[in-house]
Design a protein around this ligand. Structure first.
Ligand SMILES: Cc1ncc(COP(=O)(O)O)c(C=O)c1O
Length: 389
């Protein structure tokens, strides 16, 4: 059944105030998330944060949340760790390996710092070589995959790659890369910041080892909640870089000498107390999205993104760079116009996209709550920017 976009826009009220075309940075907060956060805050205020049943209730929210993320990614519940954001997950994967001097990590020139920096920081500490595969924003998925596969050697321990590039928007075919890297005994960690909630993700079919995702972008959740998939086979041999109470098998599973028993699930990578209303908010959003149907959401994102791409490509003076094998991002430029200035000017007109640098481009995000009216506002805004030159 097609989605009821009018109802969805009502459930993401920010989309009623502007052309909201920047899920790639932050999606609109869903009403379901906001209401769950407000209810949890109110409960903390009036009933307190301790007392009979309160701890159990918050554990149940976390357990439910792991299940929702697991279904979103095609994982088992015990393969999901709750994190604060994508970057958390990429750090857990990058720091969690048993590197030997001379080992290599493969990544690309189009990664976001959230995936790129953990790799370099870990590499510096452990004497590992990072091979940065040069990728152009116009390279399609298979071309990018071929370049990455060619860079994998018998010394490659880890490939850290975005499923969807934040600069080009292209969807990377992960399975052939996973096959190659597993063949040399290495692992693959995926930055899912621009894919989770935007396209179908099936971590088992992709055969990846780690998959990190945020709640605040395509899933319309609050800031500060994300998830990391860690496949069963990697739970035993991925070092815990940070540890704490939730990482333990149970609250007494440690001694005065620092010996401890870690939990057997991915929860072993969770540490310390988190902001519980945000967990409730994330759960509210994921419940809503699952009820709408993820497949219908992905189909709508594909349709509106195709429309956006065609509309942009038809504007004289606009060049679209994103290859057609894209998720919800479209990167483009306007002849003779600085992308940062154009994004700022469009923002003044109520059209919210962003610019990226190196290469300097504009980037529009189209999601399931966007309609053709939003794309039309973008088109008119660009024409206005061009006419002001
Ligand atoms: C590809 C990619 N990775 C990582 C991040 C950082 O995300 P987070 O703040 O969830 O760590 C972003 C954010 O824009 C991104 O686009």
């Amino acid at each position: 059944m097609p989605l009821d976009i009018t109802a969805i826009r009502h459930d993401t009220p920010a989309t009623l105030t502007c052309a909201y075309l920047n899920a790639g940075t932050n999606g609109p907060l869903s009403r379901h998330a906001a209401e769950a956060i407000a209810a949890a805050n109110q409960s903390q205020l009036s009933a307190g944060r301790i007392g009979p049943g309160i701890y159990e209730k918050s554990l149940a929210i976390s357990t439910d949340l792991r299940s929702y993320f697991a279904r979103l990614l095609g994982a088992d519940d015990d393969e999901i760790a709750l994190t604060h954001h994508t970057t958390d997950g990429m750090n857990i994967a990058a720091w969690g390996q048993r590197y030997q001097p001379g080992d290599e990590i493969v990544t690309t020139s189009l990664e976001h710092p959230g995936g790129f920096m953990p790799v370099f920081a870990a590499a510096k500490r452990y004497g590992v070589t990072v091979r940065v595969v040069p990728v152009a924003v116009t390279d399609d998925g298979p071309t990018t995959a071929e370049k990455i596969i060619a860079a994998i050697t018998p010394r490659t321990r880890l490939a850290a790659l975005s499923h969807v590039s934040w600069k080009s928007g292209v969807v990377l075919p992960l399975a052939p890369i996973a096959e190659k890297i597993h063949g040399v005994g290495g692992l693959i960690a995926v930055d899912g910041a621009q894919s989770a909630g935007a396209i179908l993700v099936d971590v088992k079919a992709l055969d990846v080892d780690y998959y990190a995702c945020p709640g605040q972008k395509w899933l319309c959740g609050p800031d500060g909640v994300g998830a990391l998939y860690i496949r069963h086979e990697r739970l035993a041999d991925t070092h815990q870089t940070y540890v704490g109470f939730p990482s333990l098998r149970d609250g007494n599973a440690y001694d005065d000498n620092g010996n401890y028993l870690a939990g057997s699930t991915a929860k072993r990578y969770e540490v310390g107390t988190v902001y519980k209303p945000a967990l409730a908010g994330m759960l509210g959003s994921l419940r809503w999205l699952e009820a709408l149907g993820h497949a219908a959401i992905y189909a709508q994102i594909q349709a509106i993104t195709r429309h956006c791409r065609e509309t942009l490509a038809a504007i004289p003076g606009v060049t679209v760079y994103t290859p057609a094998s894209q998720a919800g991002l479209t990167s483009f430029s306007i002849d003779g116009v600085d992308p940062a200035q154009a994004a700022a000017r469009l923002g003044e007109m109520g059209v919210h996209i962003r610019s990226v640098s190196n290469p300097d481009l504009l980037r529009a995000s189209t999601s399931f709550y966007n309609d053709e009216g939003d794309v039309e506002k973008l088109r008119r805004g660009i024409e206005e920017v061009i006419s002001e030159q």
